[in-house]
Write a protein that binds this ligand. Structure first.
Ligand code: IPD
Ligand code: CA
Ligand code: CA
Length: 261
């Protein structure tokens, strides 16, 4: 029932995303000059809430545009109604609905749906990860120097030691391809599918990564914070990899050098 409702909810959100994509919609600004929210984000969130609250009116919700619907429940739905809003607003087809479900503080289900590319990523703890119902696995690269990476940058520049541009520069100077798709949820799913070998980012919110991190883990990958500790979506740092390059990438985001240069 939980799984069915999750899939119904991502579909309901995605129907709104598709409806507005490349069409007319109102856009407003949040904190940060290009941190946008559109009419479609609100419409998707409303459609998602309707589905979940119809089946599970007592469950706790945490969603980007509304914030928290606090309930005394062991279940918490963590919702990004559109991840990749800047892409969405520019007609770039790398955007999705992302929903994770936590039970007693542990992520048990995750779904990320990009309706424009028709890609539905799904994972249930202990049951693996799928893309459109086909099992997916992480890649088998063993060195950062031979890897294809993806990252993202916060809307407001983060000026700190080993900040986003410093890590990016180090990888690029060493000839490592680093992509920037603009949707953390999709970045994670593409690591899970083996399209990327690793992903790191310095400042995410729980709704950006809740579903995607479970999808990476269930595809055989590893996800941690910058200290290499088990990942929590309630802190900003993430390193998600195929597992084999993980320790090396954690060292690199902390200022270390790549191996085998
Ligand atoms: C953003 C995207 C982006 C990441 C930002 C997020 P939004 O989410 O996931 O890839 O770099 O940190 O805020 O605003 O498109 O939902
Ligand atoms: Ca997001
Ligand atoms: Ca969003």
């Amino acid at each position: 029932m939980l799984k069915q409702t999750l899939l119904k909810a991502v579909e309901a959100g995605a129907a709104q995303l598709t409806h507005f994509f490349n069409g007319e919609f109102k856009v407003s600004n949040k904190e940060g000059i290009n941190n946008l929210v559109t009419e479609a984000d609100h419409a998707a969130e409303k459609a998602i809430f309707e589905v979940i609250q119809k089946e599970f009116p007592g469950h706790y919700l945490l969603s980007e545009e509304t914030g928290e619907v606090i309930q005394d429940s062991s279940f918490k739905w963590i919702i990004d109604p559109i991840d990749g809003t800047v892409n969405f607003a520019n007609g770039i087809p790398i955007c999705c609905v992302s929903i994770g479900v936590e039970q007693d503080g542990q992520m048990i289900l995750g779904a990320v749906y990009n309706p424009i590319l028709n890609e539905l990523f799904f994972a249930q703890r202990g049951f693996g990860a799928t893309l459109n119902d086909k099992i997916i696995r992480v890649s088998d690269k063993t060195e950062v120097i031979k890897s294809c990476m993806v990252t993202g940058f916060p809307y407001t520049y983060l000026d700190e030691p080993n900040g986003p541009l410093e890590v990016f520069t180090k990888l690029i100077r060493n000839g490592v391809p680093v992509r920037r798709l603009g949707s953390a949820a999709i970045d994670l799913c593409w690591v899970a599918a083996g399209r990327f070998d690793g992903f790191y980012e310095h400042k995410l919110n729980a709704w950006d990564s809740a579903a995607g991190f479970l999808i990476v883990e269930e595809a055989g990958g590893r996800v941690t914070d910058f200290e290499g500790k088990p990942y929590s979506p309630y802190q900003p740092h993430i390193v998600a990899t195929n597992g084999k390059i993980h320790d090396e990438l954690v060292a690199v985001v902390n200022g270390g050098e790549l191996r085998n240069l």
